[in-house]
Design a protein around this ligand. Structure first.
Ligand SMILES: [Zn+2]
Ligand SMILES: [Zn+2]
Length: 114
């Protein structure tokens, strides 16, 4: 790996999670291995025009026919797409549910047959 004077590398970053991009997905974007199969829905510009997704020298970007270039991160924000959210695992769901306490007091005791 060649490091330049500023300590930065020319490595691509996954546009979804900013991790090092190691693979190309089917859209031709450089992504991390977690996002190899990530689907990008149709992106709309702030002006409501649909945008075209492109892969450029400095990473992915979108083009609106009216407004021009917008970076993918911004485009995802505008479209309220949050791809960086980890997929909630079953374990996490269970632990949240088990935390919920049901308090039986005289007000709701009849519901529990107490
Ligand atoms: Zn990623
Ligand atoms: Zn636009």
């Amino acid at each position: 790996m060649v490091r330049n004077a500023y300590g930065t590398t020319s490595l691509s970053r996954c546009p979804f999670c900013q991790k090092t991009a190691l693979v190309k997905n089917k859209l031709g974007l450089n992504v991390c291995k977690d996002h190899t199969n990530a689907e990008i829905p149709d992106l709309k510009c702030i002006c409501k025009e649909s945008m075209e997704l492109k892969e450029g020298k400095f990473g992915p970007f979108c083009i609106c026919r009216r407004c021009g270039i917008m970076n993918l991160k911004k485009a995802l924000e505008v479209n309220k797409i949050n791809m960086t959210q980890p997929v909630t695992s079953k374990e996490e769901i269970q632990s949240t549910t088990s935390k919920k306490e049901i308090i039986v007091d005289e007000k709701n005791a009849h519901l529990f047959g107490v």
